[in-house]
Design a protein around this ligand. Structure first.
Ligand code: UDP
Length: 359
């Protein structure tokens, strides 16, 4: 079986790390051709993940990044189509909801190559998010849809996706957290900040709905200031450039650092008091590490976390952000909401079974 995998953004490197390892465990019966679109290209947004997570070097790097959604997606489709014609894969594998996901899926479907979509069925029901458009479109042209949760399965069924195409396998990010936990690394600068473990918040901000709105950014930082807790903020390049443009002052309790590798990020997740984020992946990682999550969005795809009371949706309201960050409840993180850490192996087995039925 030959699989052409399309990745391009930070969360996709992390998801692909565990699935590529599961492919490799099958030896020569599976050939994976890894294509990096170049969507994320900075060393600390891309190379570090390949090194730390021991992801095989991409077979192709398309170096397409830095443009608008339309420019990037169009250029990716053109290049990916060429590669798919040349490589003739049995499957095209895409992850999540980025422009690279959609480009891979659109190039494949027109060539009649079956698409496997990991993290299928997620919905925010906010069509202003580029991610929502990418995931809805990808789900509807995929042949095998790997849904992380029962909620995702229900979304797909409601939209008329045939249930024979959908497999609830858990979340590969849960696999990644388990696998790399023992290698978590304290950042070299941590002790210099004079912070105690479990007494600081870890924050990430990168969603366009926040970074592209100077008002929301101002309100979020106001909320972080009101929280009166030391906060570590690894700053995404998009957020950094928007902050520079708006000349917004960073409150004194917020320690801005460069984007981190996965192992340092995991150490901070494991050792913080709570997490405050607009990231999809980091909301789940908060749960894996048993930390409360304050979500800087108006909705989330990971609704089971909100239902459990471990995740509070606060949008960009300074009062709600500060209020939620000051809460000190005892929370329950015991239920395995995202599978047993073997999602990647399940995905690979399902692909192999399906391929043997087809051949
Ligand atoms: N992450 C990281 N370093 C950082 C910030 C995030 O390694 O400085 C990891 C994080 O642990 C998670 C993933 O990146 O595994 C989440 O990616 P991101 O927030 O960029 O995307 P999203 O999950 O929102 O699609």
């Amino acid at each position: 079986m030959k699989v052409l995998t399309v990745i391009g953004a930070r969360p996709q490197f992390i998801k692909a790390a565990v699935v590529s390892r599961a492919f490799a465990e099958h030896g020569s019966s599976i050939t994976e051709v890894l294509v990096h679109t170049g969507q994320h290209y900075d060393a600390n947004m891309s190379d570090i993940f390949f090194e730390e997570l021991e992801i095989p070097r991409p077979d192709y790097n398309l170096a397409i990044g830095g443009g608008t959604h339309g420019q990037n997606t169009g250029r990716m489709i053109e290049k990916l189509e060429e590669l798919m014609i040349q490589e003739k894969p049995d499957w095209v594998l895409v992850y999540g909801d980025t422009d690279s996901t959609l480009a891979g899926a659109l190039a494949a479907v027109k060539l009649h190559i079956p698409i496997a979509h990991v993290e299928a069925g997620l919905r925010s029901f906010n069509r202003k998010m580029p991610e929502e458009i990418n995931r809805v479109m990808t789900d509807h042209i995929s042949t095998m849809l790997f849904a992380p949760t029962g909620v995702a399965l229900k979304h797909l069924e409601k939209e008329g996706v045939g249930s024979e195409k959908i497999h609830v396998v858990g979340d590969v990010m849960c696999d990644a957290t388990h696998y790399y936990k023992s290698r978590a690394q304290k950042p070299a600068w941590f002790d210099g900040l004079g912070l105690q473990t479990n007494q600081f918040a870890l924050c990430t901000i990168h969603r366009a709905e926040n970074t592209d709105s100077p008002t929301r950014m101002k309100d979020i930082f106001k909320g972080l200031q009101l929280a009166e807790l030391p906060i570590i903020l690894p700053l995404h390049p998009r957020t950094r450039s928007k902050l520079k443009q708006s000349m917004l002052a960073i409150p004194g309790n917020v320690h801005v650092v460069d984007p981190l590798g996965y192992l340092e990020m995991n150490w901070l997740e494991a050792n913080c008091k709570l997490i405050c984020t607009d990231s999809g992946g980091v909301q789940k990682e908060a749960y894996f590490h048993g930390k409360a999550c304050v979500t800087l969005r108006d909705e989330t795809e990971w609704v089971e976390l909100v239902d459990r009371g471990v995740n509070v949706i606060v949008g960009a309201s300074p009062e709600l952000i500060a209020g939620a960050m000051k809460l000190n409840q005892k929370l329950n993180f015991d239920d395995p909401l995202y599978g047993d850490g073997r999602s990647a192996a399940k995905i690979v087995d399902l692909l192999l079974n399906r391929s043997s039925v087809n051949s």
